[in-house]
Write a protein that binds this ligand. Sequence first.
Ligand SMILES: NC(=O)c1ccc[n+]([C@@H]2O[C@H](COP(=O)([O-])OP(=O)(O)OC[C@H]3O[C@@H](n4cnc5c(N)ncnc54)[C@H](O)[C@@H]3O)[C@@H](O)[C@H]2O)c1
Length: 261
Amino acid sequence: MGRFDGSVVMVTGSAQGIGAATVARFVSEGARVAAVDIDTAANESMAASVIGDNPGAEIATYSCDVADAEAQGEVFADVVRRWSRLDVLVTSAGIYVGGPLEEIPMDRWESIVAVNLTGVLVSNRMAAGPMKAQGSGAIVNIASMAAKTSWPESAEYSATKSGVVGITRSAAMELGPHGITVNALCPGNTLTAMVRKVATEIGGTLGMTGSEWLEMRAADTALGRLAEPWEMAGIIAFLASPDARYITGQAIEADGGLILS
Ligand SMILES: NC(=O)c1ccc[n+]([C@@H]2O[C@H](COP(=O)([O-])OP(=O)(O)OC[C@H]3O[C@@H](n4cnc5c(N)ncnc54)[C@H](O)[C@@H]3O)[C@@H](O)[C@H]2O)c1
């Protein structure tokens, strides 16, 4: 028996990184998963690999830009048509951009807001209907440690991730009476393609290689290392599980003790 036997889980940003690890975790615990990503080829290959490891698993892949509210609406409608319910939503689709405050191009600001903030708002809004109808559900929004603390030259990213925590708190209050929990996970540096790109970019501005920057960040944590995507997936699965049914409206820090250190 898996914790999520018979459950229907939707994961956005499923093709790689934390989202892909989350799909694998829920599938391994018995869930049927709707995997939603803008990168169709990578998403299909993620699904084939997870099914290879879990023969008989049900994964439905969807090509969708989460910034497009209409497209997300079609995905949600299809998932509910296919499986008649939605138990868990995990919003992992996100992008990082950064740079000096005075040089932020307005179109770049608008594009990160569209993906990281509008995308999450729309996903939460769309999940509310089916979850309210069944009187249960769990939403886990992926924010960042950058939601609670900030660094220079990351105003755009920080602003969107703080906004995700705001959406989480308000949605938790609104949906709680319907038996639905809404929490945010605030990861620290997790070894994915995103963090490697960030390391190269920010390390470059500090005269470091990407690897040197990652080593510096690892040394800044109490645990002395960065996170693996599957470690985030484990926390996400816990927050979506019955063991966490009295936790809602929280922004859970999982940064290896970086902010403490
Ligand atoms: N890796 C980290 O250190 C870290 C730390 C804190 C927070 N986060 C957050 O965790 C989430 C996952 O990050 P990751 O490191 O796995 O990143 P990643 O870049 O490895 O994966 C992100 C996935 O989201 C998809 N995506 C991007 N834009 C999309 C869009 N418009 N519509 C649909 N899909 C889209 C990408 O195709 C990709 O598959 C993000 O929200 C990120 O901000 C990551």
